[in-house]
Design a protein around this ligand. Structure first.
Ligand code: EPU
Length: 459
């Protein structure tokens, strides 16, 4: 457990560097297991999800060597098990991504039901249907999936019934060494998927995005190890941007890439925040009171679901009424009662939707009557420090932002180190920008390898 004790009211100023994307880096480490020789994955963030993945790869007999400077070498040659222990898989969404490499090597994969943030039911039916379309047999027994392809996978056509980011990546990794051609339709368009494709193609794969949502994979017999630099974490960039604007400050986010942030930058402009792209990144600046604006979180290129929580805290400081509609996960407003306890004026409701099956990305059957899918926020509202919780990665970030804005002390209880699972030194970086945050690590300091913040931040 980590505790963050924040004394709010400071304006953030300075420069911060963002490293590799959580939702690309760990998947590229797993993809390296498809190769015959070692790969180097560079620019990885030092976060819990990378540690979890390292642990699972080692459990399977693979070698992961930290080469320093955010570079991991993944050597797949010693891989000797298709059986990922339950304890390794529960903490992360990585599970199904292992299926492709394990089927390619052993024709069998035994995997625990994937864990990750508690933001909805998060089933993997779309992944499994896709694997079956490529010839795999899937059985669920005692909480583990047993997936086999006795004769190896064969290419095929598969249309995802709805968008799935990790499902697309699971299928990519399965198809890349299958025999023949696979065509994935209605595949996810998230830039992290393309970053993974770039790595796989460098390793000798033949993958092309022929349409925005169609990916064609010609299976190859072998991949060789490759070197790849992970794309910048978009979610961390957005978190620092919202922190700068919410605290009426100015922060230059080094390595932020405007090409994959379009929906966010448009909204920043709409609310009257300033941003400017420079050679090395994007500068975000508060100039005058912000105006409220509505967002709908939906698949790329729309406003991302991972950004809505920090956006909600930002909107508590904007003038007017705004709405956030969440279409991806059925239960991603866990932060609302805590922000309300701090004084935010917020109300959850269900929007009127003509065709819920098309509108919502989750399976309607997984929804529950108590889940509400939109949030109305009225601002600006002064927030007051309280004790709150961080129950998922983005909720943790938004609680920290709320603490920066609030008067007095905010104590954030992060029981399962969620913030460190997804952000490298988030609180430490905010301190380097002028925030007053005391970080109280629990008995177990999970992420000992994180470098000191002075190495990444110039003021
Ligand atoms: N879904 C199904 N069945 C499936 C797959 C998905 O019902 O087989 C549902 C999910 O429950 C969800 C929706 O479809 O309601 C979309 O799920 P998707 O598969 O796209 O999400 P994911 O792959 O589980 C990844 C990121 C999330 C990010 C989403 C959306 C990783 C490890 N996670 O989740 O990141 O919000 O895509 O882009 O890549 C985070 O970083 O905090 C995070 C939650």
């Amino acid at each position: 457990m980590t505790k963050y004790v924040i004394t709010g009211g400071k304006h953030l100023h300075g420069k911060v560097r963002v490293h590799g994307a959580k939702n690309a880096g760990f998947k590229e480490m797993i993809a390296a297991l498809l190769c015959d020789s070692p790969s180097e994955i560079k620019n990885l963030s030092y976060i819990g999800d990378i540690e979890n993945t390292t642990e699972i790869i080692r459990c399977l007999g693979g070698r992961v060597t930290d080469r320093g400077n955010r570079t991991m070498e993944i050597d797949p040659k010693s891989l000797d098990s298709f059986n990922a222990p339950k304890s390794c898989g529960l903490k992360s969404r990585a599970g199904t991504i292992f299926v492709g490499p394990l089927l390619a090597k052993f024709k069998k994969a035994v995997l625990p039901i994937p864990g990750g943030d508690k933001i909805g039911a998060r089933p993997i039916d779309r992944h499994l249907a896709g694997l079956e379309a490529l010839g795999a047999t899937v059985k669920l027994k005692d909480g583990v999936f047993i997936i086999t392809a006795a004769k190896g996978l064969r290419g095929g056509n598969f249309r995802f019934p709805k968008n799935t980011h990790t499902g697309t990546e699971t299928l990519l990794l399965a198809a890349v060494r299958a025999s023949g051609r696979t065509v994935l339709e209605n595949a996810a368009a998230e830039p992290e998927v393309d970053d993974l494709i770039t790595f796989l193609n460098q390793a000798g794969a033949k993958i092309k995005r022929t349409e925005p949502r169609t990916i064609v994979i010609d299976g190859v017999a072998h991949l060789r190890g490759a070197t790849h630099e992970v794309m910048t974490d978009r979610n961390t960039v957005v978190t620092f941007a919202c922190a700068a604007l919410a605290t009426k400050g100015e922060v230059f986010v080094e390595r932020a890439d405007n090409k994959v942030l379009g929906a966010f930058l448009e909204k920043v402009r709409e609310i009257g925040g300033l941003w400017e792209t420079r050679e090395e990144g994007i500068n975000f600046r508060w100039e005058k009171p912000l105006r409220a604006a509505d967002i709908t979180a939906a698949p790329y290129p729309a406003f991302m679901t991972d950004w809505q929580a920090v956006w909600a805290t930002l909107m508590t400081q904007a003038v007017g009424t705004s709405e956030i509609t969440e279409t991806i996960f059925e239960n991603r407003f866990g932060y609302v009662p805590f922000l309300v306890s701090m004084g935010a004026k917020m109300e959850l409701f269900n929007p009127q939707v003509l065709n819920p099956e098309d509108f919502y990305n989750f399976n309607l059957g997984d929804d529950k009557p108590e889940n509400l899918h939109a949030l109305k926020i009225t601002g600006p509202t002064p927030l007051a420090g309280k004790q709150v919780e961080a129950n998922d990665v983005r909720m943790g970030a938004t609680m920290i932002l709320a603490g920066l804005v609030a008067s007095g002390k905010t104590v954030i209880i992060d029981t399962h180190d969620q913030v460190a699972r997804g952000y490298e030194n988030l609180a430490e970086n905010l301190v380097s920008l002028g925030a007053a945050i005391e970080i109280i690590p629990g008995d177990v300091v999970a992420y000992t390898k994180r470098p000191a913040v002075t190495a990444t931040v110039e003021q």
